[in-house]
Design a protein around this ligand. Structure first.
Ligand code: 5RP
Length: 217
């Protein structure tokens, strides 16, 4: 069970210090948005390069951008250990996944809530992680969409014994993480739940404990 906090709700003026507040995170999840694929704009490659220099922690880049075929490889070249792109935006998802792996990164495919996992079954052998959006992409602080739970179960079924992580992203909190873990998710993005906590690192550990306990049932 991995907790990968999103820095979307962190203080962007003090990113290095904000990341240092969550030493027990399994990775730092960075939401890259471009005003085209989603109606929001966050940070891009220069900031990710700066983050790379400021931390040894695993960087888990989530590209919510148009034309990931063109831009995603640069994030792998910048030293990100994991690069996620959206299947709704990619022109050649399998070719892109192979290119990311060739560059030494884990390749990951993201799906919006309405996109079926069966529609990307052919690509599952080419990726290291599937990110299932549990809100519409674009903004932190939204309500978790329970309607995605059956898709988490179906993804686990399709993956079988393959060592591919299932990450859920959006509205993950102490109220919702157990449902996700029971359905088969093993990697959890939490933005507002972590950065609105008095002690973000304690929240990381609490979320992980809840996920582990939910799976032990
Ligand atoms: O990808 C995202 C939005 O598109 C964010 O990672 C996600 O929403 C996390 O924030 P929160 O935990 O506050 O929902």
């Amino acid at each position: 069970m991995r907790i990968t906090p999103s820095i979307l709700n962190a203080d962007f003026a003090n990113l290095g210090a904000e990341i240092a507040r969550i030493p027990d995170a399994d990775a730092i999840h960075v939401d890259v948005m471009d005003y085209r694929f989603v109606p929001n704009l966050t940070i891009g490659l220069p900031v990710v390069e700066a983050i790379r220099k400021s931390t040894q922690q695993m960087l888990d880049i989530h590209l919510m951008i148009a034309d990931p075929d063109r831009w995603a490889p640069s994030y792998a070249e910048a030293g990100a250990e994991s690069v996620t792109f959206h299947v709704e935006a990619a022109k050649a998802p399998i070719r892109l996944a192979r290119e990311l792996r060739r560059l030494g990164a884990r390749a990951s495919l993201a799906l919006n809530p309405a996109t079926s996992i069966d529609s990307v079954a052919d690509a599952l052998g080419e990726v290291d992680m599937v990110l299932l959006m549990t809100v519409e992409p674009g903004f932190g602080g939204q309500k978790f969409l329970d309607l995605v739970l059956p898709k988490i179960r179906r993804t686990r079924e399709l993956l079988g014994e393959r060592d591919v992580w299932i990450q859920v992203d959006g509205g993950v909190s102490v109220e919702t993480i157990e449902r996700c873990a029971e359905a088969g998710a093993d990697t959890f993005v939490a933005g507002s739940a972590v950065y609105s906590a008095d002690n973000p690192n304690a929240m990381v550990n609490r979320l992980r404990e809840l996920a582990v306990a939910a799976c032990a049932h």
